[in-house]
Design a protein around this ligand. Structure first.
Ligand code: GSH
Length: 217
């Protein structure tokens, strides 16, 4: 499979982790977000939205949107499953994943940060505060679920990894490494993240371990 990604992309991180968990080989094509390559006609021919990731599996057209790709991978390669076997459990896991991928992460992506700078003149410190605020907002919601829901376990949902953990790790990595957020402020989430990152499938997917990444972000 061919994955269009970039070391720094948190949405790509989600797909990288899922592929590692399922033992899937990939060729990763780096699309340099910092150089604006996502806007090139060549990349827009792959993903018209001009965002990462995109995944090509065989002859079919590129797959897009990380959550949709995670669901696709889970259906096509069911072991190990990334969703619980019961409907209510799946709804909870998808809900947690969507806090990350639909509500929190979209507010901090490059095109939003660039718009804040270009249209409203926000300087770097103000943009940093914006990003930290919206990532913390997502983490606060997840922390409350982890603290209050009986279904919470060693991981977000029970004692096995689900796509909620995949998404939580992406949020936490961005918060901690890109925006200098204090993950310790969210102790239950931090414990899940540490447990996940101790697993090689998560650790190998880490942005700072990808080609082109700096030693520290
Ligand atoms: N909701 C999308 C997010 C896609 C997205 O915004 N990806 C970022 C990188 S994490 C991107 O490519 N941004 C390009 C830009 O904002 O210009 C997903 O989960 O796949």
């Amino acid at each position: 499979m061919k994955l269009y990604g970039f070391w720094r992309s948190l949405a790509t991180l989600r797909v990288r982790i899922a592929m590692n968990l399922k033992g899937l080989e990939r060729e990763e094509v780096m699309v340099d977000l910092q150089a604006g390559v996502q806007h090139s006609p060549e990349y827009r021919a792959v993903n018209p939205q001009g965002v990462l990731p995109a995944l090509i599996d065989g002859e079919g057209p590129p797959l897009f949107q990380s959550l949709s790709i995670l669901e696709y991978l889970d259906e096509r390669f069911p072991k190990p499953p990334l969703l619980p076997s019961d409907a209510r459990g799946r709804a909870r896991v998808r809900g947690l994943a969507q806090i990350v991928a639909c509500d929190s992460h979209p507010l901090i992506v490059p095109r939003i940060r660039e718009f804040l700078e270009r249209e409203f003149g926000l300087d770097e410190a103000q943009r940093l505060a914006w990003c930290r605020h919206w990532l913390a907002d997502g983490l606060r919601a997840i922390e409350a679920h982890l603290a209050n829901d009986a279904e919470s376990g060693a991981y977000c949902h029970g004692d096995t990894v689900t796509m909620a953990d995949v998404c939580l790790v992406s949020l936490a990595v961005g918060y901690r490494h890109y925006f200098q957020g204090r993950l310790e402020d969210f102790p239950k989430s931090a414990a899940v993240v540490e447990r996940c990152l101790a697993d090689d499938a998560f650790a190998r997917a880490h942005p700072l371990r990808q080609p082109g990444a700096p030693k520290a972000a």
